[in-house]
Design a protein around this ligand. Sequence first.
Ligand code: NAD
Length: 219
Amino acid sequence: MAPLVPPATLGRLVTYLRVLTELGAAGTERVSSDELGERAGTSAFQVRKDLATCGRFGTRGSGYSVATLDRELRRVLGLTREWPVAIVGMGRLGQALADYPNFGEFDFVLRGAFDVDPEKVGMAAGSLVVRHLRELPAAVRDEGIQMAFLTVPASAAQDAADELVAAGVRGILNFAPSVIHVSDGVRVEGVDFLGGLQRLSFALGGQLTLASRQVDPMA
Ligand code: NAD
């Protein structure tokens, strides 16, 4: 497994790569840390600091080659190979993900869609056909699936995650609003829409002082 990079740094590296991909598509050949920072919503100092953790890419005064930095960041982020991905849970969210057209931009390829509901098995999901979850281990083995979207109800998330891990999946993007536990060597990333709204509600109208005064520590 890759070394741990602080989540905030990793998030910015992903943003820099998205900016570089846009710049490359627009034919831009060089970018300064000022411009990269501005487009990524951070400072030039932060850009230089983050990139210094990955290697030496820039030349003082002339910025970065967009193509070189794009290539190096893809290498750092493990995006130099195809990643076959499965979706487990083919309800509303699973179907929406199966229909998303742009995974290929970073060589993520949807290879399997799985559910336990017999009514869903056999249905079309984007370019895939939904299979029963019991077919997951064979699909992981035969199709090299290492990552999965987990889009099942919260109550089913741990069981489905256990099945994914047992089948050999090493990375899970969990959309269910529940904490799942996995063995060492397996990485879980959570996508928490409602948590995001709650953080926004705190930012827009939170009342930390008032709330803390109202909390009875003995309660
Ligand atoms: P859904 O009820 O439409 O679909 C869930 C699917 O999971 C169903 O097809 C069900 O048969 C399947 N399933 C249940 N147990 C399973 C198992 N063990 N293995 C495989 N498949 C299983 O739900 P949804 O709206 O698509 O949401 C999915 C998850 O994402 C939920 O946890 C939900 O809270 C979360 N979420 C959804 C949204 C959204 O916009 N739909 C937003 C935020 C969070």
